[in-house]
Design a protein around this ligand. Structure first.
Ligand code: PEP
Ligand code: MN
Length: 264
């Protein structure tokens, strides 16, 4: 990965005066829910609207997403609000559909990053795309799997790359849903300094009351952005209810965060 400098281009080109913000519900539930949240976020500093339509759940029997139908809802979000959209892809068929429906940014979830064959399948399906692709850290604290996923995408000609730190599974008793292991994120930054790194406090904490503090820690550590799950009725969300914040709380969080400026 010589020439990694070019990878920062997509973020630098945005010329943001604040960290990149990706927000929206954990899951797309209904067309009305997707559009309502998007309208609530459209005049904020949110840069990309997220909604998971394919939801890889650890145990069966939970809501696994609305599937391809949700792509039409994301298209409507773009038409009605002008917001850029993003969703998770977990196999080649998802990639094909997401590209056909012009989703602006795709992310690869923690349960996919652990699997080299899946990462290779996704990389092959994305070959040469100029869409932004973000790779979440694997569920387990294995830096090599994370770096390896990025390398597979880079080798497939995908240049607009980034990473998302969403914490790691543990058997330790912890206040976190997924322990942050900040040193691994710092190691990631040291290995790939030109790959934008976004923090996902929602999946790290599993608890909306801790989102602000984890976000602030991430910004203090020079992360490039935040992905925060947002829903107008978090308690009744179909997935990850305890960690989602309302659009009003999101704005409050963003207002109160102390942002490091280059000159700090
Ligand atoms: C998500 O972003 O909703 C998600 C499923 O995340 P992760 O892959 O980090 O568990
Ligand atoms: Mn979620």
């Amino acid at each position: 990965m010589e020439n990694k400098k070019e990878m920062r281009t997509w973020l630098d080109d945005m010329k943001l005066d604040h960290p990149l913000v990706i927000a929206g519900p954990c899951s797309a539930e209904t067309e009305e829910q997707v559009l309502k949240i998007a309208h609530q976020l459209k005049d904020t500093d949110v840069n990309y609207y997220r909604a998971g339509i394919w939801k890889p759940r650890t145990r069966p029997g939970n809501f696994e997403g609305v599937g391809a139908l949700g792509l039409k809802w994301l298209q409507k979000v773009k038409e009605e609000t002008g917001m850029k959209t993003c969703t998770e892809v977990a196999n080649a068929a998802h990639v094909k559909l997401a590209l056909e429906h012009d989703v602006d940014l795709l992310w690869i979830g923690a349960r996919s990053t652990v699997s080299p064959f899946i990462m290779q399948e996704i990389a092959d399906a994305l070959e040469g795309t100029d869409k932004i692709v973000l790779v979440k850290n694997p569920v387990n604290p294995d830096l090599s799997l994370w770096l390896g996923g990025i390398e597979r995408l880079y080798s497939a000609g995908i240049k607009n790359l980034g990473a998302i730190h969403r914490g790691f599974s543990t058997y330790e008793k912890s206040k976190y849903r997924n322990i942050p292991e900040w040193q691994l994120a710092i190691e990631f930054q040291n290995k790939f300094p030109d790959i934008p790194l976004i923090n996902d406090p929602s999946h790290i904490t599993g608890n909306r009351d801790m989102i602000f503090d984890v976000s602030q820690t991430a910004l203090d550590l020079n992360f490039d952005g935040l992905m925060i799950e947002t829903h107008f009725d978090p308690d009744n969300a179909w997935s990850d209810a305890a960690q989602q914040v309302t659009p009003e709380s999101l704005v409050q969080i963003m207002t109160n965060l102390k942002i490091r400026k280059e000159t700090d």
